[in-house]
Design a protein around this ligand. Sequence first.
Ligand SMILES: [Ca+2]
Ligand SMILES: [Ca+2]
Ligand SMILES: [Ca+2]
Length: 361
Amino acid sequence: MQKNLFRKTIIVATAILLAGASIIPNISGNIEQNISLIDNDINDKSRELKTSPDSEIDHFPNEKPIEKLGGSAHMGVKPSSPYVIVGQEFNISIYIDPDEAVGGWEIFQLNFTQGKVEATEVLPGSYWTDYFDAGNIDNTQGTITTIQTWTNGSYPNINHTACVINFTALKSGICSFEIGRIQVNNATFYDMDVTTHNATILTTTPPIVSNEYPVDTSINALRPPSELSIDVQDSDEDSMDVYIRWKNHNSEWITIASYTGVSNGTYNFIPSYENDWIWGNTTYTWSVNISDGAFWTNETYSFTTGGSRFDVSNNDLVNFQDAGQVWVHRSSEAVYDGLYDVSNDGQVNFQDAGLTWINRE
Ligand SMILES: [Ca+2]
Ligand SMILES: [Ca+2]
Ligand SMILES: [Ca+2]
């Protein structure tokens, strides 16, 4: 099986060189020049080798510019995500976007940031499964060398995936993927002009949270709690944005505290004791949402207040005063704070006042 399409190229080049040597006996003084010519245009068999005894003069005054025998293509790196969590797997796709059909290609070297990621596997794109050499991964150098392939057809003439390389993220930081020397051939094995495109990703660890207060699912919490607080830590010491959100009585999430561009620490919301939107004997839900610029860490907590839902004045007593306050507010249609809607049906009316009266102590 012919594994390496480029071997064919070398054989042709050698044949031309030998032919030239037999025709022109004194070739040795200019052999470098001839090899250079052959390298540049090995497939143009009609071209005659020319030599001159004097290396100072222009050997090819009438030489036309070397013909472009293949078309052109872009080859680039497309990561599966611009951000990857340390410890997780991801991949990069190498794509070829050609202006004519591609018969084969080789990446002599692909470089990646050593130590940040670990390459695990090189897999062919769907057009390149006939003869595929996955190359050599060297994670200590951050290289993959001699990934090469050719096909019996069909020859793709569209933007397609040449190969996919699987990685695992090892450490936080910026990781670049750089296509080094490459060769792309058209369907008749002529070289194509290739423009390469590199890529970078950010590998990172998301922030973690701990020590929420009130403790999640706690009961008999103060009404209102003295604070809502959370410890926030990012192991990369990335700058963070921290948001504390509250689910109000209409089940809408509202942001009640925000901190931007902060570092590791404790962040809180301290309610005013005028915040009489806190019911007694009611379960509340709140959340913390933290971004390190790449990933969000979101946690949701709940707590249940002590006391009675009918104690609208929040003085630990349910009596005629509470019933009276609800009665005064009985015509509220758009409930602002929910406090007087003791039945929690979206409106304040005589039923709420009645319930409060019934539940007086
Ligand atoms: Ca981070
Ligand atoms: Ca009361
Ligand atoms: Ca009601």
